[in-house]
Design a binder for this molecule. Structure first.
Ligand SMILES: Cc1cc2nc3c(=O)[nH]c(=O)nc-3n(C[C@H](O)[C@H](O)[C@H](O)COP(=O)(O)OP(=O)(O)OC[C@H]3O[C@@H](n4cnc5c(N)ncnc54)[C@H](O)[C@@H]3O)c2cc1C
Length: 285
């Protein structure tokens, strides 16, 4: 099935967007992997219309029911990849879904590793997208930094072309494991190279020579998705115009992932704006 709009993120921004998409008579799939930032909020009392204080979790449940009542399809799934082949393809832990337009509402960027050299070697051996960059590492030695489903997805993209793939967990236990990958569990001290990445040094002094490092920590965050599809980002937030349009046609973003005032009311408003832009895009396509 080809959806009109897929929304990645089931927080206030994503759910608000879904309400508008559904009321425009369009098909809409909303996916989320957990309760996002709002789940962590013990009490919400600064959002319009709340007669009594609610917990973040209570507000999430109300929003989800409201979207479902309007016919939105909600699934628990983690998005791990995004591609375009005439339509958008969203790869998730529950299969692949096609859509005409995408709204990213994945919350604030997390999981930025503080490892010496990581930023310095971005684009010089450090990549955030295996689908985009695996080609440049044919028959070379690469590593994926991460330990969950997202890291596994990137490993699977790299295995057919790279000579060797390591999984670097930076001191963590791997949650699931692709075959044919060598796991290095040591804490990483730094990345080294000479203008171009040459390897990593572990805290125990061991060195591992690699040509490329693919960062896939935790789950794919806002900037990871944006970078995968070539949308512009700045300091890990997605750049959008006043209509929530990214630099890529058919790709919109809203909520904490675009920065600014990180509040429920703002996320809800931006979700509405992103939806209106997505609706206009789908109608014209
Ligand atoms: C402790 C705390 C207290 C707060 N208190 C308040 C308050 O009192 N008032 C207020 O207005 N705001 C408060 N906030 C801020 C508020 O929670 C956020 O601004 C708001 O939740 C942002 O909404 P969002 O939809 O952009 O992101 P989020 O609520 O973070 O939702 C992100 C969604 O994206 C999903 N997602 C992320 N990555 C993926 C992926 N790869 N695949 C699939 N799904 C994915 C998540 O599962 C989640 O559903 C608080 C935040 C915190 C952390």
């Amino acid at each position: 099935m080809l959806y009109d709009v897929i929304i990645i993120g089931m927080g206030p921004a994503g759910i608000s967007a879904a309400l508008y998409v559904k009321r425009a008579g369009m098909t809409c799939l909303v996916m989320g992997k957990d309760g996002g930032a709002l789940e962590k909020a013990e009490k919400i009392e600064n959002y319009y219309g709340l007669e009594k204080t609610l917990s973040g979790s209570e507000l999430i449940e109300i929003g989800k029911k409201q979207a479902e009542n309007l016919g939105a399809e909600l699934i628990n799934a983690e998005a791990v990849g995004i591609n375009w082949d005439g339509n958008y393809k969203i790869e998730t832990t529950s299969g692949e879904f096609s859509t005409k337009a995408v709204i990213l509402a994945v919350g604030a960027p997390r999981n930025k590793a503080k490892i010496e050299g990581l930023t310095e070697f971005e684009g010089m051996g450090v990549s955030y997208c295996a689908v985009c960059d695996a080609f440049f590492y044919r028959n070379k030695t690469v590593a994926v930094l991460g330990n969950g489903e997202y890291a596994n997805h990137e490993i699977k993209e790299l295995l057919p072309t790279a000579a060797k793939v390591y999984l670097l967990t930076d001191g963590k236990e791997p949650e699931s494991l692709a075959e044919n990958v060598e796991v290095v569990k040591g804490k990483i001290k730094r990345l080294y190279g000479n203008g171009k990445l040459q390897g990593i040094e572990l805290e125990n002094g061991e060195k591992l020579a690699i040509d490329g490092l693919f960062v896939a920590l935790g789950t794919a965050g806002a900037a990871d998705f944006a970078k995968k599809i070539g949308a512009e980002t700045e300091n890990n937030r997605i750049l959008v115009d006043e209509k929530m349009k990214t630099s890529i046609p058919g790709l919109f973003a809203a909520g904490d992932c675009i920065g600014g005032l990180l509040q429920v009311s703002v996320a809800v408003g931006e979700g509405a704006k992103a939806a209106m832009s997505a609706i206009e895009f789908v109608r014209k396509s």
